[in-house]
Design a protein around this ligand. Structure first.
Ligand SMILES: *Cc1c(COP(=O)(O)O)cnc(C)c1O
Length: 394
């Protein structure tokens, strides 16, 4: 049993792999020799280069994407009693970052074509407590930002873009992460570019940037003055050194991801149980994933069984997110801070029951999307194996 697995893994086509080479290794060795490890010149340079790439005034490096989301909201003063609208389909830390700030996540449905927040459903979820909305550029496709910004402005809401899956993606010619009040990024190992672990906030708002820098570093304004509640969310020099090299390759890496994804989608066009995700004509997709939706009736198989079958045939695929996030036990049981904060916070003055949420598009789509191997390290014959394997399933 165990032996069989080992053999399979050695021939498995991985769905994701960091694209790191000799340049990154040399950059890391330089840091280790320098003796300066935390938030030094390389972090500063990485922030400047990243801001220039995205097109914002400021960039604030952090040690994860989740930290970036946490700090961005804290810097905007989001806290007890506030509601923040999030999509029902995303990585869970979009949601937990709201709770880390003692605020309440409120779910809105996704659009059934691009899987990102449906702006009209966002509008329906706005109450007098709503302070912000977090559109996620899911799988690399930009959310419908014009309409989201329009609704947000009309209701005086902040917009925090969760761009953790969309490095380099563009919406109507603008880089995502530069459209809302802040953009939050992750450089986790398998993202479009990586620093191992890491994150970034991009913003044009000098006040948000200044507060975020303080919160990131123990709330310090100077060596011995802690002005506000802060955290240690700093990026280290090793991560920044890797990030600088990765950033210099980002367009090339994204180009290969895009080419791989388009090749797969074109060759799989004839497979009637696969429905490729739509791409709006006015966006540049970052293809963090190459997402396809499974028509289980036509295939005659559940998506989770398909995932196992493909793996047995040597093709690893992604299969996330399998259910609307309001079904997560943490939310249903309200297991956050002690004494049921923030859900029973007196500043909130309302009750929230996550079992009452219903987002029909998310209910229908969650669990039926898989991501095909599309990372820049794949060879053409591996892509061809992915295609043949998928075609041979039924
Ligand atoms: C990866 C990711 C995050 C979290 O980033 P970490 O660096 O892993 O903390 C947040 N939101 C989305 C949509 C992500 O994909």
């Amino acid at each position: 049993m165990i032996r069989r697995k080992v053999i399979r893994i050695s021939t498995l086509i991985k769905v994701a792999a960091p694209s790191v080479g000799e340049d990154e290794i040399v950059a890391v060795a330089d840091v280790l020799r320098s003796g300066r490890y935390v938030q030094g010149p390389r972090v500063k340079e990485f922030e400047q280069e990243f801001a220039a790439y995205i097109g914002t005034e400021h960039a604030i490096a952090t040690n994860s994407g989740t930290a970036a989301l946490h700090i961005a909201q804290a810097a905007m003063g989001i806290g007890p009693g506030d509601e923040v609208i999030v999509p029902a389909l995303t990585f869970f830390s979009t949601v937990t970052s709201v709770i880390h700030n003692n605020a309440i996540p409120v779910f809105a449905d996704i659009d059934s074509q691009i899987y990102c927040l449906d702006p009209e459903d966002v509008k329906k979820r706005i109450t007098k407590r709503t302070r912000a909305v977090i559109p996620v550029h899911l799988y690399g496709h930009p959310a419908e930002m014009d309409r989201i910004m329009e609704i947000a402005h009309a209701h005086d809401l902040s917009v925090i873009e969760d761009a953790a899956q969309a490095h380099g993606a563009e919406y109507r010619g603008r880089k995502v992460g530069s459209i809302g009040e802040a953009g939050c990024w992750s450089f986790y190992a398998t993202k479009n570019i990586t620093t191992g672990e890491g994150g970034m906030i991009t913003t044009d708002d000098s006040s948000v940037a200044e507060k975020a820098r303080k919160i990131r570093n123990h709330g310090m304004s100077s060596r011995d003055d802690h002005e506000v509640l802060g955290y240690n969310y700093r990026m280290n020099e090793i991560a920044a050194a890797i990030g600088l090299v990765q950033l210099s390759k980002i367009d090339k890496l994204n180009e290969i991801r895009t080419r791989n994804s388009k090749y797969l989608l074109k060759e799989l066009e004839s497979v009637d149980w696969l429905e490729p995700a739509q791409q709006k004509p006015y966006v540049k997709h970052a293809f963090f994933w190459c997402p396809v939706r499974i028509c289980e009736e036509r295939l005659g198989m559940k998506t989770k069984d398909l995932v196992v079958t493909l793996r047995e045939k040597g093709v690893e695929v992604r299969h996330r997110y399998v259910a609307p996030l309001y079904k997560q036990p943490m939310l249903l049981k309200q297991k956050a801070h002690p004494k049921k904060c923030p859900f029973s916070c007196p500043f909130y003055g309302k009750e929230i029951d996550y079992s009452n949420f219903d987002c029909p598009n998310t209910e229908r789509i969650a669990g039926k999307i898989i991501g095909l191997p599309n990372h820049p390290g794949l060879k053409e014959k591996e892509l061809d194996k992915v295609i043949l394997t998928l075609k041979s399933v039924r």
